[in-house]
Design a protein. Structure first.
Length: 448
């Protein structure tokens, strides 16, 4: 819900969906009147089909009695609200078990369900009302381990949270532009969204070991879309963010005329080299800014190919590259990527990218060539953008390598058989010729 006016809105505000109701006031939503930017918003996001999470410490299932719901407002100070907000949760099933009002606390990594700051106002067999003095992601639990119990976030929770961050980013576009005109300090909120988006989705890629190709495709696609939405909102020319799971560098140029010349982005594991002309693309559609980003994933050293059922070993960190030019399927000028090997090796690597043209997705080498390689690093040149990496073993999605292998085996066996036949035939002819010569010598002796 959004309100735009010269003066801050006042009075109660309520948001309701099928499973949850939020009740607060516009005064709580706005916060400090002195910093009112001309608009205020509040949102309620409920998650479906998320009815349980596993506690890795106690190895016991903690059952959610309600749908989880994320609440946020335009007021940036939501850690301790002057006026409590109320949430009414509808139970997933009618129950007489006493629920506990909880929220997801990420103060201590990796995060736990906590009841601090939330109190139970009213509860019956069908619904429960909670009152909290802060904002977060809330739920009802039938079993609560206070202050402990690290919970692993499942992949799709990460996807939903990431998409929520994207929605938040879009909502705050006007606010960012308003602030950037007054202060060049920029939108710290966008950087926080960027960190949370990449980190949560990286956890989705890592959790539960190998992921199916379709899941990898969806996650990589979500990461790229999220950064493409957030990047134009950044006010700094260069933004570098490093977390436990990712390294991202974003370069933005704003000017009336398109930028020109070479551009290079570098992190610990990868270097990306291109030109601003390639980044911009068609000058006629230049929107007044251009951006390019390089995102490297840590601890993502293997992916499983569900078609061949064989592990494909990555020799480098995987890296996603994209820029403001929307036409990236075939670039007029090739881009270069320099990968540092995870381990020193003399094995010939293959430059590959994650191709999602044919679901569910495969590693492919089409459009990429190896420029230079030694035991420590490899330079690849590609005519498109995607998520790239180096592989020590290349399984083409169409099975071309396995076909070549079997053809080679058949040809080799055929050559061996032909060699044996030729050898036997040569020996037979040799003996026949020797026998003929001896016969001629005997005839000549008898004539004499």
């Amino acid at each position: 819900m959004v309100r735009r006016d010269k003066t801050p809105p006042k009075g109660p505000v309520s948001l309701t969906n099928e499973n949850t109701q939020l009740d607060t006031t516009w005064e709580t939503v706005v916060g400090d009147d002195q910093n009112y930017p001309g608009f205020a918003y509040v949102f309620l996001l409920s998650y479906r089909n998320l009815d349980s999470l596993k506690d890795n410490t106690s190895h016991q299932s903690q059952q959610l009695m309600s749908s989880a719901a994320t609440v946020s407002v335009s007021n940036s100070n939501t850690t301790y609200l002057p006026q409590q907000v109320n949430l009414t949760f509808h139970h997933l099933q009618s129950s007489d078990v006493d629920p506990t009002c909880v929220y997801w606390s990420d103060e201590n990594e990796p995060g736990v369900w906590s009841g601090r700051g939330c109190t139970l106002v009213m509860s019956n067999s069908n619904q429960t009302v909670c009152s909290c003095n802060h904002l977060s992601t809330f739920a009802l639990m039938s079993e609560m381990q206070q202050g402990s119990g690290q919970l692993s976030l499942v992949m799709w929770v990460g996807v939903v949270v990431a998409l929520t961050c994207v929605v938040l980013s879009l909502i705050t576009t006007l606010w960012c532009r308003f602030v950037s005109r007054k202060r060049r300090g920029g939108c710290r909120l966008q950087q926080d969204l960027l960190v949370n988006t990449t980190d949560v989705l990286q956890l989705g890629l890592q959790s539960n070991g190998h992921r199916s190709s379709s899941e990898v495709t969806k996650l990589l696609r979500t990461i790229e879309i999220s950064i493409r939405l957030i990047a134009p909102l950044l006010t700094e020319n260069v933004t570098r963010i490093e977390t436990n799971h990712t390294e991202v560098e974003i370069m933005v140029r704003r000017d009336k005329t398109p930028p020109e010349g070479p551009v290079s982005l570098t992190n610990e594991n990868t270097q990306f080299d291109t030109t601003w002309e390639t980044v911009v693309g068609d000058d006629q559609n230049y929107p007044g800014f251009a951006y390019v980003f390089l995102l490297s994933y840590r601890n993502l050293d293997s992916l499983k190919d569900n078609t061949s059922h064989q592990s494909q070993q990555l020799m480098s960190s995987a890296a996603t590259v994209s820029f403001s030019n929307s036409n990236t399927t075939y670039l007029p000028q090739q881009v270069n990527l320099t990968f540092h090997h995870l381990q020193s090796s003399d094995v010939d690597p293959t430059c590959v990218y994650w191709s999602d043209e044919n679901e569910p997705g495969v590693w492919s080498g089409r459009g990429c060539t190896l420029v230079m390689s030694n035991s420590n690093q490899t330079v690849c040149s590609c005519n498109h953008l995607s998520t790239f990496a180096l592989m020590s073993e290349m399984q083409q999605g169409s099975g071309q390598l396995s076909l070549v292998m079997w053809v080679g085996v058949v040809v080799a066996l055929t050559c061996v058989v032909l060699s044996l036949i030729t050898t036997l035939w040569c020996r037979f002819v040799s003996r026949k010729r020797r026998g003929g010569r001896r016969l001629q010598q005997d005839v000549q002796l008898h004539r004499k």
